[in-house]
Design a protein around this ligand. Structure first.
Ligand code: ADP
Length: 424
């Protein structure tokens, strides 16, 4: 029976959290969307429900999050985690505050800490102010984000604007004293009637202390960083056995392929790096602006090439090519065309025996996972930070999937992924 039930406000954020839990010894499954009431709970230590609620209307984000909570409670989870981005991505209206309010009310816990800090990725919180690297959040470029512009780095103020509850602060000086002092400060704030505490953290030791201090909290909210201290609480309580290999995945023999729809710099570099080593098909959506024709080209090309050596099929293009297609079709239409083609190609690859698939691009991954009918991902060990192999199950054949957010991964990511499977 799972111990920790998590609700993540987007897909790659869910994987990031799941990966953190696996690294710290919890066997973890990520489920895509709220499972049906009749879906059995997976036999793991933690479950992360991946929603797409970061920028959806407030009422929808709240109702989906509550449905996820309900399912996780029925599954037997005893502690809950609301995961949002380490840059606190939200608008004046939410959705972090309203979702947290609903979860606090449903759990009747009266209080939750809020800590997006993730020091290894440069996110730290000091005196309630969120820094990205050495600049304040509102000077980091996040102030210009198209959907969730973050124009105020003071998280006490930001969260206060999103909730009808009040927000306090556990400052660094307290957190630096360790778990007992942090626990006492949070208890004091709760007794004063505060619903939330922004908790400072600038190091992993701080995060571990916060995790320990929250051992008895029903709800914890934050980035994946603050989850690093939670598995130890369950071990200390004798609820979690030492897992020698929490990231172990079943072996799935089959052909290997990479499908790339990300146009970010890291992905373009990864494609260039692999080009001389394995068959690579670079689609040109500008020359063939039709999803079915693009897919047909790829299906013709893959004939006779599939095997243990991966093939790479990429729609990825440089910014000027992307801009040209967007100009011709409109931004959304261009994205949808390429995603549609890549989803068709993913289906064709799997139909031809591909069982080990790397997908590059967040939106692209969403399109592929949906088309393949994937319902849940058992999280394995990381290939590069933030990108684990996963064992995907759903309505189709079980697969090993690595879903890479565009900018993640070293230049040799594609070949390294498959090499990792051989050396497990
Ligand atoms: P990332 O994680 O790098 O942001 P995404 O998959 O989320 O990658 O987003 C990339 C978007 O660009 C997708 O919607 C994809 O369909 C689109 N795309 C890919 N190739 C092209 C192209 N050649 N022209 C225009 N759009 C493209």
């Amino acid at each position: 029976m799972p111990l920790l039930g998590c609700i993540a406000d987007d897909f790659t954020g869910a994987t990031d959290l799941a990966s953190m839990l696996v690294k710290n010894g919890m066997r973890t499954v990520q489920v895509i969307g709220v499972p049906a009431a009749t879906d059995p709970a997976p036999d793991v230590d933690a479950v992360v429900v991946a929603l797409k609620s970061r920028t959806s209307p407030v009422a929808q984000a709240v109702s989906e999050s509550l449905a996820a909570l309900e399912w996780l409670r029925a599954a037997g989870c005893r502690q809950f985690f609301f995961k949002y981005c380490s840059t606190f991505d939200s608008t004046e209206r939410g959705n972090i505050g309203p979702v947290a309010d609903a979860l606090v009310a449903a759990l009747d816990c009266g209080f939750a800490l809020a800590c997006p800090a993730f020091p290894v990725n440069g996110r730290s919180v000091y005196q309630g102010y969120l820094f990205v690297g050495n600049v304040l959040l509102n000077e980091s470029g996040m102030e210009k984000h198209p959907l969730t512009p973050m124009t105020d780095a003071n998280l006490v103020r930001v969260l206060s604007r999103q909730t009808d509850g009040t927000v306090g602060l556990v400052p660094f000086a307290t957190v630096a004293q360790g778990a007992a002092a942090t626990r006492a400060a949070m208890t004091a704030l709760k007794e004063q009637g505060r619903r939330y505490a922004i908790v400072d953290a600038v190091t992993n030791d701080n995060l571990a202390a916060i995790g320990e201090a929250a051992a008895t909290h029903a709800l914890i909210t934050g980035g994946s960083g603050v989850a690093l201290g939670l598995p130890e609480n369950f071990r200390r309580a004798g609820l979690l056995l030492a897992q020698p290999d929490s990231g172990a995945l079943p072996d799935v023999p089959g052909h290997a392929a990479v499908l790339a729809g990300s146009c970010s710099r890291a992905t373009l570099f990864q494609i260039a790096t692999v080009r001389d080593h394995v068959p690579v098909l670079e689609l040109d959506p500008l020359a063939t602006p039709d999803a079915k024709s693009l897919a047909a080209q790829a299906i013709g090309w893959m004939d006779g090439k599939l095997g243990a050596t991966p093939v790479v099929i990429a729609a990825s293009a440089t910014p000027d090519h992307v801009a040209a297609l967007q100009q011709r079709l409109g931004r959304d239409e261009a994205g949808a065309l390429v995603e549609h083609a890549l989803a068709d190609i993913a289906e064709a690859l799997v139909a031809r025996g591909v069982r080990r698939l790397v997908v590059a691009g967040g939106e692209t991954s969403g399109a592929v996972v949906t088309r393949l009918g994937v319902r849940q991902l058992r999280i394995g060990t990381e290939i590069d930070p933030g990108v684990p192999w996963t064992f995907a199950e759903g309505s189709g054949a079980p697969l090993l999937l690595a879903l890479k957010s565009g900018n993640f991964g070293a230049p040799d990511f594609f070949l390294k992924s498959f090499a990792r499977l051989e050396t497990r």
